[in-house]
Design a protein around this ligand. Sequence first.
Ligand code: Z5A
Length: 213
Amino acid sequence: MDQQEKTGMFITLEGIEGVGKTTNIQYISKWLTKRDIIHVTTREPGGTPLSEDIRSLLLRSQVEEVMPMTELFLVFASRAQHIEKLIIPSLADGTWVLCDRFTDASYAYQGAGRGISEATIQNLESVVHQKMQPDLTIILDLPVADGLSRARERSNPDRFELEDLDFFERVRKNYLLRAKRFSGRCQIIDASQPLKDVQDQLNKILLEFTHKR
Ligand code: Z5A
């Protein structure tokens, strides 16, 4: 899908576990509703029935080791379905899409985390994305130990959350690198602030973003 064929806006939220993506997606959704902006909220991996099945496969512990390339293909299989069935049709009819994680997560987790080359991920991205990119990506940033402790207080760890601190340090660093590299679409928020301050900053970013459209 070429950028000019879509009329809805595509917003993604990123960051390590426990940074507050789920909490703040709800805030953004309310913010858009107040302004009568029609939108859907969704997540990756997931977002359609088949993609949610792939999500379950990815998150649960497996009896055999999950190879990094298998994980990457599963993530992109879920994304291919999500893009074709939900994201593109929504954007094409003017509905905004608000997505909890997207392809930046593949560079951070499968790339920096698991060690798959950026070129390999770029190849899959170019096949699956059909030229589509988020219009705005908000990266919530938090020290790894704080994110993991917030996530662990909330629920039992999934397969990713069992990784060690070094894994999440690489993931976090990659997000920060990508924020610099794609500064046109990425905005970083310090997620160690009280929620009210995080949301004041979100409000400011969203006001600027909607005024530019
Ligand atoms: N994954 C991948 O490997 N490759 C890919 O391409 C994609 C994904 C797309 C599922 O993601 C996994 O998929 C993920 C990477 C992998 N790894 N894991 N695990 P997920 O997004 O579903 O899972 P998650 O990152 O673990 O999300 P989460 O644990 O649900 O965290 P969150 O949504 O960012 O946080 P939250 O639930 O909104 O907040 C956590 C707690 O902190 C909660 O009690 C809040 O009330 C509290 N909170 C939130 N903000 C604050 C502030 N500011 N102060 C204090 N407390 C706060």
